[in-house]
Design a protein around this ligand. Structure first.
Ligand SMILES: NC(=O)c1ccc[n+]([C@@H]2O[C@H](COP(=O)([O-])OP(=O)(O)OC[C@H]3O[C@@H](n4cnc5c(N)ncnc54)[C@H](O)[C@@H]3O)[C@@H](O)[C@H]2O)c1
Length: 333
């Protein structure tokens, strides 16, 4: 019995060759999950007493409907890696066969993870805003995830008049600004503070590694922006209380000291959450205009499975996958 290996370059090529296709897969996965055709247990966090900022997370899941695949993403986050000149996150995704449970593939998954995160941010923006035009598009935290999110907005045909950047490490925003200009982004600005950025942008992506909230002034949201709360821990509960809140999965996001979790602890209830992105996609929930909107995605294993299976199928058809024959031994009984 074979095990197929899919390398990072193949994942990169499939995703970047069809960004709208990747967003469609993520939409389908959210809808299947929202309809109950999935199993997505809580993520398991492995932490280390001597490395408090590092963690490795296991995300097991099953996704039904036409996907019919189960598996697990095993993703490490080591923020100190940046000092070594390598990315913070590294990951593999194992896919298991629907009928036998046998592992069928191992895929490099830091790219899949970044891509499904970016796809969910774009999908949320497409669902929660009326058009694909943004006057000022702000990004707080200018690392790898921010780069993917920007690429996905552009790849999905969004019109961004100006891109505004802020990072606590100015070298990061300078490097990102240089990349954006090389990619043909006309107007790129660096904001002096996150407050300046937040107060002036229509759509703001948070993709930092902040562990506790630092943004608390509700006045910064007076112009009713859409906040894509990807890093989950930047926003004080006061901002969520003043906003319409949409999440990917209510049970998941109310964990691990995310801003929605802190808000639930502060209020003693979860009524501040309007619904899930799948609810809004299915139009069973509407989000009122005239308030800021915050999308907080915890990051679901089902998205990794859906994108991983899509890549595996493409890689097998193009001959880019590497089957390792007879990986499993003693397969008769
Ligand atoms: N919700 C999801 O599904 C999901 C999925 C993947 C990653 N993430 C999260 O996205 C975040 C970014 O990931 P990454 O791979 O880009 O990390 P990264 O380390 O490459 O980049 C993070 C950047 O944020 C900057 N930063 C840290 N604190 C800041 C602050 N207070 N204000 C402004 N900038 C700040 C850092 O200097 C760095 O440049 C992480 O928190 C990660 O956990 C979320």
């Amino acid at each position: 019995m074979d095990l197929t290996i899919v390398k990072g370059k193949t994942c990169f090529d499939v995703i970047h060759g069809n960004i709208p296709g990747c967003i469609d897969i993520v939409r389908e996965a959210y809808l299947a999950h929202g309809a109950g055709n999935s199993v997505n247990p809580p993520s398991y966090f492995l932490r280390f007493p001597e490395r408090p900022n590092a963690r490795i997370i296991a995300l097991p899941a099953f996704l039904g409907e036409r996907f019919r695949v189960s598996g697990i993403k095993w993703i490490a986050s080591y923020p100190d890696n940046l000092q070594l000149g390598i990315p913070r996150a590294s990951a593999v995704l194992v896919l298991n066969d629907y009928e036998t449970g046998y592992p069928i593939a191992v895929l490099e998954s830091s790219i899949i993870s970044a891509a499904r995160t970016a796809a969910s941010a774009v999908l949320a923006a497409e669902t929660l805003r009326k058009d694909k035009k943004v006057r000022r598009f702000g990004m707080v935290g200018n690392g790898l995830i921010a780069r993917y999110i920007h690429r996905f907005f552009r790849g999905a045909g969004w019109d961004l008049d100006e891109v505004v950047l802020f990072d606590t490490n100015p070298a990061e925003s300078t490097a990102f600004a240089g990349m954006l200009r090389e990619q043909g982004e006309g107007k790129v600005q660096r904001a002096a503070s996150f407050e300046e950025l937040l107060a002036s942008c229509d759509v703001v992506v948070f993709a930092t590694v902040a562990a506790t909230p630092y943004a608390s002034d509700v006045k910064l949201l007076a112009h009713n922006p859409l906040l894509l709360n990807v890093s989950l821990r930047d926003l004080d509960p006061e901002l969520l209380i003043a906003s319409e809140n949409v999440v990917d999965d209510i049970e998941h996001v109310l964990k691990a000291n995310t801003s929605p979790h802190l808000t639930e602890m502060k209020l003693g209830h979860r009524d501040f959450i309007r619904g899930t992105l799948a609810d809004v996609l299915r139009k069973t929930v509407t989000v009122s205009a005239g308030k800021p909107i915050i999308f907080s995605p915890f990051g679901l294993g089902v998205l990794d499975l859906a994108v991983g299976k899509w890549i595996l199928d493409a890689a097998v058809s193009s001959g880019e996958a590497s089957p390792m024959s007879d990986f499993f031994f003693e397969v008769t009984r």
